[in-house]
Design a binder for this molecule. Structure first.
Ligand code: ADP
Length: 182
């Protein structure tokens, strides 16, 4: 679907192979690598990424920091720690997940990225409920690109590693499109 001048898409695949200007990493607060997509990105980008990240002094949940892509096809990696799901603090978790996407988009914009690929932040090891996350992502993209119709970002893609994740983002983006065309 299209919002302003930006195409929003959902794909299945491995984000380390994405050829977008920027890919986003579902990092942890140390920025030194971990499991899941974070481990895959660090392995594919190489040791130089680790050495670069070691100088960044970590990152708070919901904030974002940018590095070169090193051995990846992507020019940049935007690292953002999403929230660890806590059912006793649902609203705080929702706000932090929103911040991770919003701040990543802002940083991509500041660095002139025309395309950006996101993994499904927080829905793996961090256990954020998938459909709830997908809805927050759709809303955050709508909010960001409606406010920035002249964004330099021409394509924002969710790169989903499995069928269940792909289906959840497809549903959330279809619901957004239906709302947009009402
Ligand atoms: P978090 O700790 O933020 O929950 P995870 O890496 O555990 O992050 O999971 C986030 C999502 O990333 C999950 O849907 C997982 O299946 C997915 N994932 C894992 N490896 C890759 C990859 N190479 N490309 C894209 N998505 C991936």
């Amino acid at each position: 679907m299209q919002i302003g001048g930006t195409e929003l898409t959902v794909e299945r695949g491995d984000i380390t192979k994405s050829t977008t200007d920027a890919i986003v990493n579902a990092a942890n607060c140390t920025l030194l690598g971990g499991g899941g997509v974070d481990g895959a990105i660090h392995r594919a980008a190489g040791m130089k990424l680790y050495l670069y990240c070691a100088k960044l002094g970590g990152c708070k949940t919901g904030e974002a920091k940018i590095t070169p892509g090193f051995n990846l096809p992507a020019k940049y990696i935007i690292h953002t720690p999403g929230p660890v799901w806590n059912a006793k603090r649902e609203e705080e978790c929702d706000a932090l997940l929103h911040n991770s996407y919003f701040n990543s988009l802002r940083l991509a914009e500041e660095n002139d990225c025309q395309s950006i690929a996101f993994p499904s932040i927080s829905t793996g090891i961090y256990r954020f409920p998938l459909d709830r996350a997908a809805e927050i992502v759709a809303k955050t993209f709508a909010e960001y690109f409606q406010a920035n119709p002249g964004s330099v970002i021409k394509r924002a893609t969710m790169v989903c590693f499995d069928d269940k994740t792909y289906a959840a983002y497809e549903r959330a983006f279809a619901a957004l499109e239906a709302r947009e065309t009402e």
